[in-house]
Design a protein around this ligand. Sequence first.
Ligand SMILES: *[C@@H]1O[C@H](CO)[C@@H](O)[C@H](O)[C@H]1NC(C)=O
Length: 313
Amino acid sequence: MKSKTLRGNWSLRTKKFELPSLFFICTFFFLAGFFGSSFFSQFPDDVYGVRSRATFLDSTTVETEYNLLTSGESGDNSITSIPFQVLSWKPRALYFPNFASAEQCETIIDISKEGLKPSSLALRKGETEENTNGIRTSSGMFISAAEDKTGTLDVIEEKIARATKVPRNHGEAFNILRYEIGQKYASHYDAFNPAEYGPQKSQRVSLNSEATITRPRKPKMASFLLYLSDVPEGGETVFPFENGLNMDGSYSYEDCIGLRVRPRRGDGLLFYSLFPNGTIDPTSLHGSCPVIKGQKWVATKWIRDQELDDNGV
Ligand SMILES: *[C@@H]1O[C@H](CO)[C@@H](O)[C@H](O)[C@H]1NC(C)=O
């Protein structure tokens, strides 16, 4: 809004100037900016840290030169820049346009096609496969970056670690999911803490192996979804409680209302299930709306608040 207003005023004012004076003014500001910036860059970084941060926030097209520091042994000698959009603070949901290339998405779909099985749920006492039928109707498979011989998942996993600032060994194996027409995942929480939150009709934890049944898994703090396909209609990731909406108890876990994120091939979505203090964020309730046209393919990475052992548990 602010920048629009400024631009509006400027274009009004320019009409009052003759062309030569306009040229002079432009030249003056260009030179002032040019020499001014080289003048300021002689000062130590921390003096002008605030200034350069503001520049970065204002514009993503300005090429900025960074003076890198010598990194620690486990660090990088380069800058990582991963553009993102804050979709919501309640829950904390961030969108990463063009996170992966079309080729990377195709490769991940290709290596996963063979291994798809109906997605499962963690069953609570009294629940059976039959009476939970219909809550989660997608097909999926788990594959770790190491199992992917093309190396694609390795690259994606590294990038997710940078985007989330959480080391790779906090992430489970990728869960590659396919939703066909009509398939969905009713709204649920990824984080699971019955003692604190009480039994919830919608609360589900996905599982991938026997080990997860006998051994409680470490809490999921965040989830990163990489959309592998465009979905012409339906298939949105939905946050019904975004910003406190629909939390009056009337929400039915099938409804696709609230903040809806349309799947677009190569784009990423990161959201946090836990507050910074480790308790569950109630607005992180989310689901997958039924696909109406096309197919939805998504690579999901669940990120735990603790390191996982070699078996990913
Ligand atoms: C944790 O953080 C949330 C969000 O800031 C807050 O509402 C909640 O009261 C906190 N809980 C505890 C136990 O500190």
